[in-house]
Design a protein around this ligand. Structure first.
Ligand code: HEM
Length: 134
């Protein structure tokens, strides 16, 4: 039967989900705002994306920290669960690398492609996270 309680697991999972909301949700919101902002006030784009970087990266770090905390807190896991976690960690690493490339490159085509890679891999990591939590 389902029940309610508040313990360390509540804090751990809530922080993991908060971090994921900012990292994944932020990419979606900023991605949606930037084209409109480019038309209305091109100079503001740089300020908005930098502001997202200032908040997005610490929350990406929080996702990794709480993800490791998740791993250390769980009881025994199956071989397929561990394999899925490995795939998820790879996707998270690609997402971080994609976001870093996106903010560092000056080539417009690379900037667009890397943003797409960062978003798609973090969405896949999110779906796998739900599978891992069972
Ligand atoms: C982009 C980064 C990440 C995203 C989008 C993400 C997404 C998620 C989501 C949505 C959940 C389900 C939470 C729930 O409802 O219980 C979850 C759980 C989990 N995540 Fe992540 N995560 C990320 C990073 C990481 C990292 C870096 C690790 C490992 C180092 C990790 C390990 C785990 C584990 C072990 C669970 C299962 C927790 C449990 O069953 O209590 N995550 N993740």
């Amino acid at each position: 039967m389902k029940d309610v309680n508040f313990d360390a697991q509540t804090v751990r999972v809530a922080l993991h989900i908060l971090a994921v909301c900012v990292w994944v949700g932020g990419q979606i919101v900023v991605g949606a705002i930037v084209p409109a902002l480019k038309r209305a006030n091109p100079d503001a784009v740089r300020h908005v994306t930098r502001a997202f970087g200032r908040i997005g990266w610490p929350f990406f770090g929080l996702a990794i920290f709480t993800g490791i905390w998740n791993m250390l807190s769980l009881p025994g896991t199956s071989a397929s669960w561990n394999a899925l976690l490995g795939i998820k960690m790879l996707l998270v690493a690609i997402s971080g690398a994609g976001a870093w490339l996106h903010q560092s490159t000056t080539r417009v085509s690379v900037r667009g492609a890397s943003a797409g890679v960062a978003l798609l891999t973090s969405l896949a990591a999110l779906a796998i996270g739900v599978m891992l939590s069972g």
